[in-house]
Design a protein around this ligand. Sequence first.
Ligand code: PRP
Ligand code: URA
Ligand code: MG
Length: 216
Amino acid sequence: MATETGKNVILLPQTNQLIGLYSIIRDQATKRGDFVFYSDRIIRLLVEEGLNQLPVEETLIKCHGGHEYKGSRFLGKICGVSIVRAGESMEMGLRDCCRSVRIGKILIQRDEETALPKLFYEKLPEDISERYVFLLDPMLATGGSAMMATEVLISRGVDASRILFLNLLASPEGIAAFHEKYPEVKIITGGIDEKLDEDKYIVPGLGDFGDRYYCI
Ligand code: PRP
Ligand code: URA
Ligand code: MG
């Protein structure tokens, strides 16, 4: 079971397996092939935990021979929204779990000098306000990018309590800033690190996720 470390902050269980996966992707000597493979394994765990958080209703299933099974089924519809570029790395993990899931994109880039986010583009499912939204971005550093994306979602009619923000690593500063503004959004993360450095990178962190996943 994932632990709820604060209201609406859900941390994946820190099992030996998970720590092993993070040990690989945090290692600066890890090459891109392994970085992608092991990040994808963590992303799958985050998506599975996101699905665990959705509301369900009881349903009675008729099994072989007329036996009954008290089961459950998900109430509602979901979609994914990735914060381009690094968030796109999480789309496949969501597709692997949710057949033909709709996916929107928001292009936000952090200014390399100031670390402030800039919004360039958005394309979201028409009926997004009727859906639970899995907001996808591997890194929650200052929280600026995630807050800007959440603002876009809310402006499109999404209720904050229906947003689940999935990330691989979060900083305490980022969680605090994000929840100060959007306390109803569930943050689902695989790791909460120590702090941010002077360049607003997560410490110990893993460096620039997008560069390591797509470029280096
Ligand atoms: C990174 C990361 C987040 C953001 C986190 O993206 O993927 O989107 O920074 O930082 P914040 O919480 O301080 O806003 P970046 O803008 O560097 O671009 P990329 O996705 O293209 O790698
Ligand atoms: N973006 C990253 O990719 N890594 C960080 O530590 C902060 C922002
Ligand atoms: Mg990004």
